[in-house]
Write a protein that binds this ligand. Structure first.
Ligand SMILES: *[C@@H]1O[C@H](CO)[C@@H](O)[C@H](O)[C@H]1NC(C)=O
Ligand SMILES: *[C@@H]1O[C@H](CO)[C@@H](O)[C@H](O)[C@H]1NC(C)=O
Ligand SMILES: *[C@@H]1O[C@H](CO)[C@@H](O)[C@H](O)[C@H]1NC(C)=O
Ligand SMILES: *[C@@H]1O[C@H](CO)[C@@H](O)[C@H](O)[C@H]1NC(C)=O
Ligand SMILES: *[C@@H]1O[C@H](CO)[C@@H](O)[C@H](O)[C@H]1NC(C)=O
Ligand SMILES: *[C@@H]1O[C@H](CO)[C@@H](O)[C@H](O)[C@H]1NC(C)=O
Ligand SMILES: *[C@@H]1O[C@H](CO)[C@@H](O)[C@H](O)[C@H]1NC(C)=O
Ligand SMILES: *[C@@H]1O[C@H](CO)[C@@H](O)[C@H](O)[C@H]1NC(C)=O
Ligand SMILES: *[C@@H]1O[C@H](CO)[C@@H](O)[C@H](O)[C@H]1NC(C)=O
Ligand SMILES: *[C@@H]1O[C@H](CO)[C@@H](O)[C@H](O)[C@H]1NC(C)=O
Ligand SMILES: *[C@@H]1O[C@H](CO)[C@@H](O)[C@H](O)[C@H]1NC(C)=O
Ligand SMILES: *[C@@H]1O[C@H](CO)[C@@H](O)[C@H](O)[C@H]1NC(C)=O
Length: 852
């Protein structure tokens, strides 16, 4: 039973709490009382999971509190361990916890602790503390200085500690385990570190440390693990590193180390894991490395190492992983590798290896991943690569391999990723090869494979990516690949013939279909439009006939469409120009006729994408001859035109009648009048909206007088001219016409307010920025969207609206771009835009919508 029990039980609870909190918030604390120290610690933190709910003044038997361990001394129980790892505790660490007189172990790791570690932590700490784990919190500030001789384990990893490593770190002379990794420490490693002569595990990985790796490190003979990776260390690897004869793990990755790997490395006879990747090391791998018989994993990738790998590599009997990729190694791949019984991963890509792949590779290994791509390898693919039955990545692209795919690989059911492109492989694909159950990525493009594939069973239920391009496959395409997951299907530059299978419409996940440069014939199947995710469709350079299916325009994300160099006829479906996603179309070199759609991707189409047809053009810069509208040879079409024109005429009459009717109502409804010193002001609306009706003449005149053109963030008032006599009466009626223009890319003119003394136009207020302001910061995608919007507005103004509005000059000052990149044109003067002689000076109309 705790000593303090009697005293506390005599006081009432609430009073006690208050006293405790007052007392322990004061800095000077001399009570070496476990009970109180623990309560004080609790007061400084938050405990959302209520793990510490039994840490209360009432419950004095603190040895039974959650997370607390006491020693077994019945007379005076002492807390020896506080274990609160992963309890979501937040708040700051206060020093009382370090003062527990008998404390040996504190674990507050994996919480949400913030703030600095108390600077007096170590000076205040009891000399019994052996284990301190504050890792995986969010602690900031410097690593505290001072020392506790008893401390054996110090884990401050994965916080946000900054500043330099304390110069006197060496005073922790009893440390066996030191982990400061995953912080933002800077500066160099202090030499004093070598005074921690018993250190076994040392990591500073993932900080921002610079400078050389100190030679003194080589004096720390107990070291088994060194992790200094992911810093900015430079200079050479200390030449004496080989003296660390107990070292099992050496990791110096992702630094800027230069020079050669020191030959003394041969002394590291216990070394099992040796990682130097992502540095700037040069020269050969010292012969001594191949004497490190306990090596399990060797990774020197991404350096500038050169020279040959000797046959002595066969001494590394324990080796499981060998990564030498992205260096400058030359010579042959040593045949000795084939004899390593545990070898699982062999990655030698992007080097200058030449000669053949060791013939027996895989037979006596345990291969799972083999990547020898981008070398200068010749000869055939060895037959035993999959003898382990575990090979799942086979990557041999960009070499000069020849021969066929060995039968054993065709039956390698563990394969998932196969990349053999850009070699000289030949022969036919065996029946087994097309039934590998787990393969999701298969690229055999750029080889010399031949034969028919349409006749065999494809059963690759996992297949997502299939590339057969640039081979000599012939005959019909396969109807099916046994996969519904197919995303990329590339079969270009072969000799496939026959129809495009209708069944391709089943590939609902297909994003890319490239069948270009084959001998395909027949029509483009409508069914392709069922491939709803298709982004890129390339059927160019075939012999396809018939019309372009209208249904292609229904494909929601189609971005690139290349149908060039076929025998397609008929017209380009109008609605293809309305597919918003479409960015690039190429229909050149077919037998298409009629006019080019004037919208979407056709708007600014490159002349080379429409050439070689009998197309004509309405108004896009395609280089095609203009469409002669009068020249209609087809009699049937002529009658259609007549019917259409008659319908239009009837419609026009109806519209005129309606307009007259509506106008009359409008005249009554929407004219407001006010008399003041200027005479009579009239306000006329062109818009039925509530917005328009809510504004009064007084609002407008007030806004004009105060020079504040925006009313209620809804309307913008613009003055017409100072000299109203220069405004001819016909202008007023033109303004009325102008007020009728309604297009999403044109700013609405809502009303007109006038008297003998002057006139004002009222526009809708349009939130956004002037194009002139944003122009410089626009991405290509946004530019395109804006350009299309402007083009739509111009087209509408020029041909679709009943007015003969002509927009002559267009400047970025007159275009407002809203949040969604929708551009809105502000037209300066109605009807007068091409003839300023009518009295409007352009300066009389300032673009509305400019933010204040
Ligand atoms: C401690 O007390 C328990 C009974 O409470 C007793 O069984 C045990 O022997 C004591 N141990 C020592 C070391 O005195
Ligand atoms: C711990 O806190 C984090 C966020 O602070 C929360 O996402 C998580 O669910 C919490 N864990 C538990 C066990 O409550
Ligand atoms: C510190 O705690 C973390 C998790 O909370 C644990 O993974 C790590 O091994 C601990 N460090 C030591 C040295 O025991
Ligand atoms: C750590 O603190 C920073 C701010 O200091 C905060 O942005 C971050 O989310 C915190 N991380 C965790 C894991 O609490
Ligand atoms: C190592 O410790 C000794 C005495 O304990 C001291 O004299 C020496 O300066 C220390 N070395 C470093 C580099 O701090
Ligand atoms: C290393 O230094 C470079 C500049 O020399 C800096 O850009 C980079 O962020 C540093 N990397 C780390 C991990 O500190
Ligand atoms: C491969 O070696 C040749 C000459 O031996 C050299 O020109 C080439 O740069 C080397 N390639 C690489 C990637 O180092
Ligand atoms: C690779 O080695 C060759 C000679 O073996 C040399 O010419 C070339 O410059 C080296 N390339 C690199 C990137 O070091
Ligand atoms: C082969 O590798 C597997 C893991 O892929 C491992 O479980 C097995 O023990 C290894 N066999 C040998 C002989 O190394
Ligand atoms: C492909 O194979 C044919 C014979 O089957 C041969 O004539 C041709 O040279 C080979 N092409 C390549 C690039 O290897
Ligand atoms: C048109 O396309 C050709 C070929 O793709 C290209 O070379 C040319 O630069 C393009 N012209 C324009 C104006 O984009
Ligand atoms: C359109 O296709 C033709 C023939 O395939 C090609 O020459 C031209 O460069 C292509 N144009 C564009 C813009 O892609």
């Amino acid at each position: 039973m705790a000593r303090k029990r009697q005293s506390s039980s005599q006081t009432t609870l609430p009073t006690l709490c208050i006293i405790f909190s007052l007392f322990f918030n004061a800095s000077a604390l001399h009570v070496d009382d476990d009970f109180q120290l623990l309560l004080s610690f609790k007061a400084s933190i938050n405990d959302p999971l209520h793990f510490l709910s039994d840490w209360t003044p009432a419950n004095t038997n603190f040895c039974n509190w959650h997370g607390i361990t006491c020693n077994n001394n019945n007379d005076s129980s002492r807390v020896i361990s506080v274990e609160l790892s992963g309890k979501n505790i937040s708040g700051k660490i206060s020093s009382p916890i370090f003062r527990l007189p008998g404390i040996e172990s504190i674990d507050l790791s994996s919480n949400q602790l913030t703030g600095g570690i108390p600077t007096d932590m170590f000076s205040a700490a009891s000399n019994s503390l052996r284990y301190l784990n504050l890792s995986n919190n969010n602690l900031t500030g410097p690593v505290p200085t001072g020392s506790v001789f008893s401390l054996e384990t110090l884990d401050l990893s994965n916080n946000m500690l900054s500043g330099k490593i304390p110069r006197d770190i060496g005073e922790f002379s009893g440390l066996k385990f030191l982990d400061l990794g995953g912080n933002v420490l800077s500066g160099e490693i202090p030499n004093s570190v070598s005074n921690i002569s018993g250190l076994v595990y040392f990591t500073l990985a993932s900080n921002q440390l610079v400078g050389k790796i100190p030679r003194e490190l080589c004096l720390m003979k107990s070291l088994k693990w060194i992790y200094l990776g992911y810093n900015n260390f430079s200079g050479e690897i200390p030449t004496d590193i080989g003296e660390l004869t107990s070292l099992q793990h050496l990791d110096l990755v992702y630094n800027k180390l230069t020079g050669q790997i020191p030959p003394s490395i041969g002394g590291l006879t216990e070394l099992r894991y040796f990682f130097l990747y992502q540095n700037r090391l040069t020269g050969p791998v010292p012969q001594a490395v191949f004497g490190l018989k306990k090596l399990v994993s060797l990774d020197f990738s991404d350096n500038y190492l050169s020279g040959e790998i000797p046959e002595a590599v066969s001494q590394l009997r324990q080796l499981e992983i060998l990564h030498l990729f992205s260096n400058n190694f030359t010579g042959k791949i040593p045949t000795g590798l084939a004899s390593l019984p545990r070898l699982q991963v062999l990655q030698l890509w992007s080097n200058n290896f030449s000669g053949e792949i060791p013939r027996d590779l895989g037979r006596r290994n345990n291969l799972t991943i083999l990547d020898l791509s981008t070398n200068r390898l010749v000869g055939e693919i060895p037959g035993g690569l999959c003898d382990s039955g575990r090979l799942f990545k086979l990557i041999l692209f960009s070499n000069s391999l020849q021969g066929g795919v060995p039968m054993s690989l065709s039956q390698c059911k563990s394969l998932r990723r196969v990349r053999l492109q850009n070699n000289g492989l030949s022969g036919e694909l065996s029946a087994d090869f097309t039934e590998l159950p787990l393969v999701y990525f298969l690229d055999i493009s750029g080889n010399n494979f031949s034969g028919e594939i349409g006749d065999r069973r494809w059963n690759m239920p996992s297949l997502q990516m299939l590339n057969l391009a640039r081979n000599r496959f012939s005959g019909p395409l396969s109807e099916d690949f046994g996969s519904e997951k197919l995303e990329n299907l590339v079969a270009s530059e072969n000799r496939f013939s026959g129809d495009i299978p209708r069944s391709f419409g089943k590939f609902l996940r297909l994003m890319q279909l490239d069948l270009s440069s084959n001998e395909l014939s027949g029509e483009i199947p409508e069914e392709l439009s069922s491939c709803e995710r298709l982004v890129s469709l390339d059927l160019s350079h075939n012999q396809l006939t018939g019309e372009i299916p209208v249904s292609l325009a229904r494909m929601p994300v189609l971005g690139e469409l290349d149908l060039s160099d076929n025998e397609l006829s008929g017209e380009i479906p109008r609605n293809l120009g309305r597919v918003e996603s479409l960015v690039q179309v190429n229909v050149s070199h077919n037998h298409l006729h009629g006019s080019l759609p004037s919208t979407g991707a056709f708007l600014a189409i490159n002349a080379s994408a429409v050439a070689g047809n009998s197309l004509c053009d309405g108004d896009t810069p395609s280089g095609l001859p203009p469409c002669k509208k009068g020249l209609i040879r087809n009699a049937v079409r002529l009658t259609w035109w007549l019917v259409l024109i008659t319908c239009l005429l009837v419609a026009l009459v109806v519209v005129v009648v309606l307009v007259v009717f509506v106008r009359r109502r409008k005249g009554v409804l929407e004219l407001k009048r006010v008399e003041n010193e200027d005479g009579i002001w009239e306000l006329q609306f062109f818009d039925q909206s509530k917005l328009a009706k809510s504004v009064t003449i007084t609002d407008i005149l007030l806004s004009a007088r105060e020079g504040n053109p925006i009313i209620d963030s809804k309307l913008v008032v613009k003055k017409m001219s100072d000299n109203v006599n220069s405004i001819s009466p016909s202008v007023w009626s033109d303004v009325e016409e102008f007020g009728k223009i309604r297009h999403r890319n044109v700013i609405k003119l809502i009303g007109m307010c006038r008297s003998q003394k002057g006139g004002y136009l009222v526009y809708e207020y349009c939130e956004g920025k002037l194009l002139s302001e944003v122009l410089r910061s626009l991405s290509w995608e946004r530019r395109r969207k804006i350009a299309i919007g402007i083009a739509k507005a111009l087209r509408f103004l020029h041909c679709c609206c009943s007015l003969s509005v002509v927009v002559g000059r267009l400047s970025p000052e007159e275009i407002v771009v809203d949040e969604k990149d929708e551009p809105r044109l502000s037209l300066r003067a109605p009807g007068m835009m091409c003839s300023e002689s009518k009295g409007f000076t352009s300066s009389a109309y300032v673009a509305p919508g400019k933010p204040h």
